[in-house]
Write a protein that binds this ligand. Sequence first.
Ligand SMILES: Cc1cc2nc3c(=O)[nH]c(=O)nc-3n(C[C@H](O)[C@H](O)[C@H](O)COP(=O)(O)OP(=O)(O)OC[C@H]3O[C@@H](n4cnc5c(N)ncnc54)[C@H](O)[C@@H]3O)c2cc1C
Length: 419
Amino acid sequence: MYRSLDARGVSGCALRVLAVDGSIMGLFRKASSDLSLLIYLTRRFFYILAYGYRRNICNVITSSGATIGELYYRIAEKSKIHGCPAGVYPSLGIGGHITGGAYGSLMRKFGLAADNVLDAKIVDSNGKLLDRAAMGEDLFWAIRGGGGGSFGIILSWKIKLVPVPETLTVFTVSKTLDQDVGFKILSKWQQVPNKLVEDLFLRVFLSVAGNNGTKTVTMSYIEMSWIESIIYNSGYPTSRPPPTDVLLQAKSPIGEVYFKAKSDFAKEPITILGLKGMFKKLLEEDAALVIWTPYGGMMDKIPESETPFPHRKGTIFMIQYYRNWTESEKRPNRRIQWIRELYSYMTPYVSSNPRQAYVNYRDLDLGQNKFNSKGNCIEVQVWGAKYYKDNFKRLVRIKSKVDPENFFRHEQSIPPLSY
Ligand SMILES: Cc1cc2nc3c(=O)[nH]c(=O)nc-3n(C[C@H](O)[C@H](O)[C@H](O)COP(=O)(O)OP(=O)(O)OC[C@H]3O[C@@H](n4cnc5c(N)ncnc54)[C@H](O)[C@@H]3O)c2cc1C
């Protein structure tokens, strides 16, 4: 898996080849102003460290060039009773995914993947290869939730694996709006998802079903499990799921699509009035999807400042708004406009001051790094507070220390203080 990072304008000339754990990474710098940095992230290595197995201590070291599907498969190959609390969707790259937090079906019991990282290897803006001891606790804190592409290139993660039962249950209950008169089921769900026993992970998928004449909304209630549930939840046909080694193909189960997504955090149940308006808006689009992901459990127990990911106690559920389209779509702007309108409609029903957002659902509508005539980065506080709340200030301080020249940057990378 190749990752390229835009690094224009950085002076210096060096060519280094790093040999890390048997894999080769080339780090190329040249003096030209059109400088670019290309690093090959190997997908080859997974070391399952089963020391202390009896005490249920089991760690994995994984290359950040792998997908989480590959990681899950390799873990399941070695142990049926261990899992990794990362994302639901198997083709996500481990590198970017974990730097933003990485939630999945085990989050209510064990937190995010970022909460379970024990060590990491990173190439910093000086081309130095650092592990946790060498990078120090500040940088180690920043890369576990501060978002990708700001602090360096993660080469590998060492993650604490967590126990999962050998046999699990998943289920989907589909309901149409007609079957949930007065939104009784949805209202009830909103009272409990963060209070249920931590073993339960009940998500709600709201999508449009039926044709134009009789459109309605399907609600699917799903309890997730481990390796088979990864397949079950990935978008593969649930009636005839593929064998689990499909995860090694590192392919997206839904093929190549274009999409716009946004996120919100609900601190109070959405009122009946709010739900009515939301469904009215949903029914305007054919391929719209809204996902409610339950919080509570371990997510409530980890303090907001433990990692840069601040969405912890007090969150009932996270909302993801999603609209995809294919290359042949004639009016992508209309799709994007629709999702913006839905987001705007939801304002009174979700978190405020700041209106929180999940950094792994990057949303450039929230603001971008812009530079004024003096070269200072402006408007960063707006999107910074949404993704990180008060942790943003610490992220900026760390960035200023480890990458003062802003070598690693993009539209929403953490800027150093001098910018
Ligand atoms: C279909 C779909 C399903 C999803 N499901 C989930 C889910 O269940 N749970 C969840 O938490 N999130 C989910 N996400 C969001 C996902 O976590 C983010 O899209 C994440 O950025 C994916 O990481 P990536 O490396 O694949 O992406 P990329 O786009 O390659 O990278 C994202 C960012 O990280 C940087 N980056 C990439 N690799 C590295 C590295 N090695 N070192 C440093 N920076 C790096 C990139 O420069 C970029 O800024 C989903 C996204 C999609 C599209």
